[in-house]
Design a protein around this ligand. Structure first.
Ligand SMILES: [Mn+2]
Length: 282
């Protein structure tokens, strides 16, 4: 797991050699990309068909040459084998949707805290490229740092402990060895407990500003784009840094929520609202 120190012990700027030592993966955008989209936190599940339909419609019609999905595409993901074990299931349906979309344009995905179990089998079955969290994107003459964001929510120490546990092979191997039904039940249980915890603590934890600033400096980037908190905003951080927070999607909410961050070849970004898809044919 990537660790972000809570405090900076010195005010010294990282030197080029520090940056190289802690180099995060860099994705260089091909010159053919004129515009890209960044989305996150769709929390797709079978019980929210309107959100699925809006996403399906969006993937077909986006003008972007590349789409970056910054985690929590799914409400829960209990293992890539769900795609083949239940070919008529919701996961398989999403994979078919992604596969069609990936034939039209490049699609990238990095893990959220709900779908951290997505693996290479998923990526291969839908033609999506998995990215590490964080990844530096070089596009429009600038460096953008892409992340889900949960790893930088340092004030939630209980979550950070949980996170490092479930991201380890020692936890994942026995978990994935369980039958699919058992994994689904375990995921439901985990979600119920996390909802309870959220209610007890009344609120949400934001990203740690010092960790964000340090990550940006190490990445030699000026803008972090992330999701996770569901608190869309454009934060300015000294010195000249920015943190762009994506919206989650919920087409069943009143009013419905869904947003795309679109970045053009000049590096200008704007938010595009997602609307209810046209009603499916009767
Ligand atoms: Mn999340």
């Amino acid at each position: 797991m990537m660790t972000f120190p809570t405090t900076t012990s010195s005010s010294r700027k990282p030197s080029r050699s520090d940056v190289n030592q802690r180099a995060w993966p860099v994705l260089e955008a091909p010159a053919a990309w004129r515009c890209i989209d960044v989305i996150s936190d769709l929390h797709l599940d079978a019980d929210h068909p309107q959100t699925f339909l809006a996403w399906h419609h969006y993937l077909r019609h986006s003008p972007a040459q590349a789409i970056f999905i910054l985690g929590d595409l799914f409400e829960v993901w209990v293992g890539d084998d769900a795609i083949t074990l239940e070919p008529q299931g919701f996961e398989a349906r999403c994979v078919r949707t992604l596969h069609k979309a990936a034939n039209q344009r490049d699609i990238f995905f990095l893990h959220g805290n709900r779908d951290f179990l997505i693996g290479e089998a998923f990526a291969q079955s839908c033609g999506v490229r998995l990215l590490e969290d964080p990844t530096v994107l070089q596009f429009a003459g600038r460096r953008w740092l892409l992340s889900h964001g949960d790893a930088m929510c340092l004030a939630d120490t209980a979550y950070q402990e949980f996170r490092s546990q479930v991201r380890s092979a020692d936890w994942q191997r026995p978990f994935l060895a369980q039958p699919l039904l058992q994994r689904r039940a375990a995921a439901r249980d985990l979600r119920a407990r996390s909802e309870m915890r959220k209610q007890q603590h009344q609120g949400w934890v934001d990203l740690d500003t010092a960790a964000v600033r340090q990550a940006l400096e190490l990445a030699d980037a000026d803008t972090l784009i992330h999701g996770h908190t569901h608190q869309p905003a454009d934060h300015r951080l000294e010195p000249g840094l920015r943190r762009i927070v994506l919206s989650d999607w919920d087409m069943h909410a009143q009013p419905p929520r869904g947003e795309i961050l679109r970045i053009d070849a000049e590096g200008r970004h704007h938010r595009v609202g997602v609307h209810h898809p046209p009603a499916p044919p009767a």
